[in-house]
Ligand binder design. Structure first.
Ligand code: Q9C
Ligand code: ZN
Length: 344
């Protein structure tokens, strides 16, 4: 298993965010990636290499140019507007699916326009971290595409990506790493994306909603109760030429291994029928038992079983890291999942 990682995420780090006067714990920390890195290194899963710089072009295949410009420049825009550098945080206190029809001219208006929630800071190092996180996914995709007998790769991405929409960030995500990698692989043929994060992959869903060359399947906590609330219901089936190629499985909040594996079997059947050239997996380890944000009960052996079922599809597979917040089991769960691909 080839693993792609860089420490460029370290500049995107905060633990004491203040949102509308309230201190909140920001759990999407550098320690997450470090815990996984230490575990995959100790398990000797394979070479760990740096991402190759693909530039902005493949990012712009998944995101709008004005949005990418905003992400790249928001920190400096904010410093100029307020007369001092400070974290960029939206001026609302809840997730919203509402949006003003056009991007406002003033900075606070622009700041809020490009995000649909409220707890994702843009710090001095956020653009750099998000850019290199996307490059990790792109490099992982290249290795599978170029063959050389490589059947599966793992992009140890941070920050995560699957909540990032074509032109809005949210859910700790800025650039949609898995979508960017998927778009690059689509040059060779249709792709399937399987999203295992505890939360619905609303960003990935939005990017491919009308795309006939991408199947999106997501298993996640029921958005009736759980973030991102406005997206992830079973009746969201795609549109236009992509109608039927978006599939959501909203699940009960405390689902265990056995019940999860049964639903996964359904999703894998849908993927097998689609017969994609490549499979991409959004690996959210926040489905784990005892996660600090998620409430599912997937065990370490459960993650191995999930990996085995997916590997049994026999598809060239790019695995992209998403959420996962329980630091003491994160590494073991990642290794358990990834080990299932050793025989692919
Ligand atoms: N008090 C990912 O897992 N809301 N994003 C959490 C915690 C946002 C999760 C509230 C959850 C976003 C990639
Ligand atoms: Zn998540």
């Amino acid at each position: 298993m080839h693993i792609i990682y860089t420490d460029r995420h370290h500049g995107h780090a905060t633990e004491n965010l203040v949102i509308n006067g309230q201190p909140i714990e920001y759990r999407e920390t550098p320690a997450r990636a470090e815990a996984i890195l230490a575990a995959v290194r100790a398990a000797q899963l394979g070479p760990i290499t740096h991402p190759v710089d693909h530039g902005l072009a493949p990012i712009l295949a998944a995101h709008d140019a004005d949005f990418v410009t905003h992400l790249r420049t928001a920190y400096a825009q904010s410093a100029a507007y307020f007369g001092e550098p400070r974290p960029v945080i939206a001026g609302r206190d809840d997730v919203t699916s509402d949006r003003v029809p056009r991007c406002p001219e003033d900075f606070p208006g622009r700041r809020d326009y490009y995000t649909y929630d409220y707890e994702d800071p843009i710090l001095e190092g956020t653009w750099d971290a998000a850019y290199w996180s996307a490059q990790c996914a792109l490099t992982a995709a290249d290795l599978v595409r170029n063959g050389n007998g490589i059947r599966s790769t793992y992009a140890l991405c941070r920050p995560p990506g699957h909540h990032a929409m074509p032109d809005q960030y949210g859910g700790f995500c800025y650039l949609n790493n898995v979508a960017i990698a998927a778009r690059s692989l689509q040059a060779d043929g249709p792709v399937a994306i399987l999203d295992l994060d505890y939360h619905h992959g609303n960003g990935t869903q939005a990017i491919f909603y009308e795309d006939p060359a991408a199947l999106f399947c997501s298993l996640h906590a029921d958005p009736e109760w759980i973030y991102p609330f406005f997206w992830g219901r079973a009746n969201e089936r795609g549109a236009g030429a992509g109608l039927g190629l978006n599939r959501n499985w909203p699940l009960p909040l405390h689902i265990d291994d056995a019940a999860y594996l049964a639903v996964l079997g359904e999703a894998l059947g849908v993927i097998a029928d689609f017969a994609p050239k490549y499979l991409l997996v959004s690996l959210g380890l926040d489905a784990a038992e005892g996660d600090l944000i998620g409430q599912f009960r997937i065990t370490t052996s459960g993650f191995h079983a999930i990996g085995r079922r997916i590997a049994a599809l026999g598809l060239p597979t790019v695995i992209v890291q998403e959420g996962g917040y329980r630091l003491d089991t994160l590494g073991d769960n990642a290794v358990a999942f990834l080990k299932a691909f050793e025989t692919l």
